[in-house]
Design a protein around this ligand. Sequence first.
Ligand SMILES: [Zn+2]
Length: 198
Amino acid sequence: MRRLLPTLFTLTLLVTLGYFLYPYLKNAARVAQLWRASPPTAGSLEHPLPGQRFSDTWGAARGNGRRHEGVDIFAPRGTPVHATTRGMVIRVGENTLGGHTVMVMGPAGYRHYYAHLDRPSGLSPGSWLKAGDVIGVVGSSGNARGTPPHLHYGVYRPSGEAVNPYSLLRRGEAPDGTGPPGLRPTRGDLGHMPRSPG
Ligand SMILES: [Zn+2]
């Protein structure tokens, strides 16, 4: 009996620990699986705003010597923004440049950044998404205030280096990447673009 009690105690402790740790272990395995998956390739990412045409605005000059680290896709305010890839939400919040934003960790640890959403997304860190899931709606929050509503979409390598999402996105549009004049941001429109978007 003197030996049995400590053994029972240890067993109970292990079972209790296992019970509470299981969700974390399960999530860790899922994260590991996500990291082992292949990185995005040309045309492999779903369009976040299906049907909206956009041009390659990667690298365009912005204020303070900054370069545009993403693409801007214009759409009416309130248009649902879809996840371009499966993954886990790792950050949700508001910042000066991006306004209401969502950061998703996708296959191979690439991070996908959605900015200028109209309002907080309602997602929370740790939630898992499928490609196409709605993560928020188009707006002009952050430094896009006063500009036509658009989504700023950025892709980052695990090292933090930004990559051009333009060719990674499946566009389903004219091969030249231009759209009808009404939707296409012209050079003049770009003059209204945020000086240093997030
Ligand atoms: Zn932008």
